[in-house]
Design a protein around this ligand. Structure first.
Ligand code: NAP
Length: 178
């Protein structure tokens, strides 16, 4: 396969993944029906230790890596890169292009992200949504704070990482300080 063909089958998926959950994994696995290679961008990489973004970019990288190993996804099929936020939405796509390897298809359920990439001329995939009633980062963080059962909503390895870093305790401390 020549370089041009490889480039034709590269996609990017950007999400905060706070934390990574089974919906993200389902979406990531589905992207491989459309692309050979996926760039997984960890959004808002500079933010951690807040209620909406409790985990660092490094912790989220580990969650994704371990979960994809668990799922049997080959390591040469994806890159994981941190993407920090910037002040200007109008230059954000250029910022992403500067940080990521080449891609030409975009996977996103976020209307702003879709709009910015469409304006920049990228092709959007239509099949990227998970059922947010069942799975959402907000719901999982709420369950953690309120001693609910969150473990089954995330990959096994993600639950292990969160326990290892005392993630639930961290989240509860952040909420108490508010
Ligand atoms: P987000 O703001 O993290 O998520 C928005 C909502 O969409 C969340 O509730 C999320 O659920 C949900 N969602 C994400 N992927 C989904 C999917 N495949 N199916 C159903 N729901 C989904 O947005 P994001 O799209 O995940 O991440 C976009 C990132 O780009 C953010 O970090 C944002 O800050 C960044 N961004 C930055 C700029 C800038 O710097 N100027 C501009 C545009 C975007 P979960 O919580 O369950 O994941």
């Amino acid at each position: 396969m020549n370089d041009k063909n490889l480039k034709e089958k590269s996609g990017i998926l950007i999400g905060r993944m706070q934390p990574l959950h089974n919906g993200h994994i389902q979406v990531i696995k589905n992207t491989f029906k459309e692309v050979d290679e996926l760039i997984i961008g960890i959004g808002s990489a500079q933010i951690s230790h807040t209620v909406e973004n409790p985990f660092t970019a490094g912790e989220r990288t580990l969650m994704i890596k371990k979960a994809l190993i668990e799922e049997g996804v080959e390591g040469d099929k994806y890159y994981i890169i941190p993407i920090t936020d910037i002040m200007n939405n109008s230059t954000w796509v250029s910022h992403v292009e500067m940080l990521a390897p080449h891609f030409n298809k975009v996977f996103s359920g976020n209307p702003l992200v879709q709009q910015l990439f469409t304006e920049a001329g990228y092709e959007l995939s239509k099949h990227v949504l998970f059922d947010r009633k069942l799975l959402s980062g907000t719901k999982i963080r709420d369950l953690m704070i309120n001693d609910g059962k969150w473990e089954d909503l995330v990959p096994k390895s993600t639950a292990t990482i969160i326990k290892k870093i005392n993630g639930v305790k961290r989240l509860k401390h952040i909420v108490l300080k508010m």
